[in-house]
Design a protein around this ligand. Structure first.
Ligand code: NDP
Length: 290
């Protein structure tokens, strides 16, 4: 059996195009464009690439991109002052502070300072809490993108056995909560889990968010399982995921490639969250399933 390759790039483009259309309507109704502010501190090359592609995607959707750069030596107070300014700026609907931050700045303090209603990354504890108890808020972009791919592939997820490998605050934990919200039976595996392959073998849905190149092997999978590979690992062989794509393709029903799977969906969900924030702030009607 050869698994279907889930095309995250095409799915992401379709979402971005749809939002682009809604932005045109929003602009004529609200008399302004939705705005996303992205803050980059220092000059980490990978972060600079992410910030550039986020800015480009924002503009392509017809939204305003506000890009702020602070030097690597910036103090926590300077960054907090900028966040305060963006919280108060009515043209800004979403605020994203690119992580990681330099060591003199406490990431948690900065995230807590972003208004929860402009926190389009969904990292603020208020939004984490909203997700946990089933209130509307912002859900982190990567797990939300994974959920969209799963729904596109499988339709209703209710009753499925789902295994999430990884329990980070930005991927694994929110992913598990989203799958629970969709009425999956959810297991979260992590570095202390005994016999991860045996746990994974139960799953109709596997989401791997570990950061270990090609860790999940084909013989760990239940035949026909849907596999979402979040991993981005730079190796001598280039960019690889957390799943051994070749081996897994022989057993899985469908699988995301790396690159071209989850990565593009993360950016599409950032654009989505920014649009949703603007719509909420202006009382503009939009499809809740967006
Ligand atoms: P973290 O390092 O924060 O978390 C990794 C998780 O994997 C931890 O919960 C850890 O367990 C678990 N883990 C580590 N080793 C094992 C093991 N041998 N068996 C089972 N579980 C293990 O990573 P992130 O969640 O931030 O990211 C995960 C991957 O996803 C990375 O490759 C990252 O680059 C990628 N990523 C991709 C994005 C995208 O847009 N496509 C966005 C964000 C991340 P424990 O908690 O016990 O330590």
């Amino acid at each position: 059996m050869t698994a279907k390759r889930i095309d995250g790039k095409a799915a992401a483009q379709a979402i971005r195009d749809r939002i682009g259309g809604l932005v045109t309507e929003f602009r004529s109704a609200a008399g302004r464009a939705p705005g996303l502010a992205v803050v980059l501190v220092g000059d980490d090359p990978a972060s600079a690439v992410y910030v550039r592609s986020k800015g480009k995607a924002t503009r392509e959707a017809g939204m305003e991109s506000f890009e702020h750069r602070l030097p690597a030596s910036a103090s926590q107070e300077e960054l907090l002052a900028l966040v305060d300014e963006l919280n108060d700026n009515p043209a800004v609907d979403g605020i994203l502070v690119q992580l990681p931050l330099p060591p003199q700045i406490d990431e948690r303090v900065v995230i807590m300072r972003i208004s929860p209603d402009k926190d389009v990354d969904g990292f603020h504890p208020v939004n984490a809490g909203r997700l946990a108890i089933g209130l509307h808020g912002f859900v982190p972009c990567t797990p939300l993108g994974c959920l969209r791919l799963l729904q596109q592939e499988l339709g209703d997820l209710s009753g499925k056995e789902a295994v999430v490998i990884g329990r980070s605050n930005i991927v694994g934990k929110p992913m598990a909560l989203l799958l629970l919200r969709e009425s999956c039976t959810v297991t979260v595996a992590h570095s202390r889990t005994q016999d991860v392959p045996a746990v994974v073998r139960r799953a109709d849905i596997v989401v791997a968010a570990v950061g270990r190149p090609k860790m999940v092997k084909g013989d760990w999978l239940k035949p026909g399982a849907t596999v979402i590979d979040v991993g981005i690992n730079r190796t001598d062989d280039g960019l690889v995921g957390d799943v051994d794509f070749e081996g897994a393709s022989e057993v899985a029903g469908a699988i995301t490639p790396v690159p071209g799977g989850v990565g593009p969906m993360t950016i599409a969900m950032l654009i989505r969250n920014t649009f949703v924030s603007a719509a909420r702030r202006e009382g503009f009607n939009y499809e809740k399933s967006l």
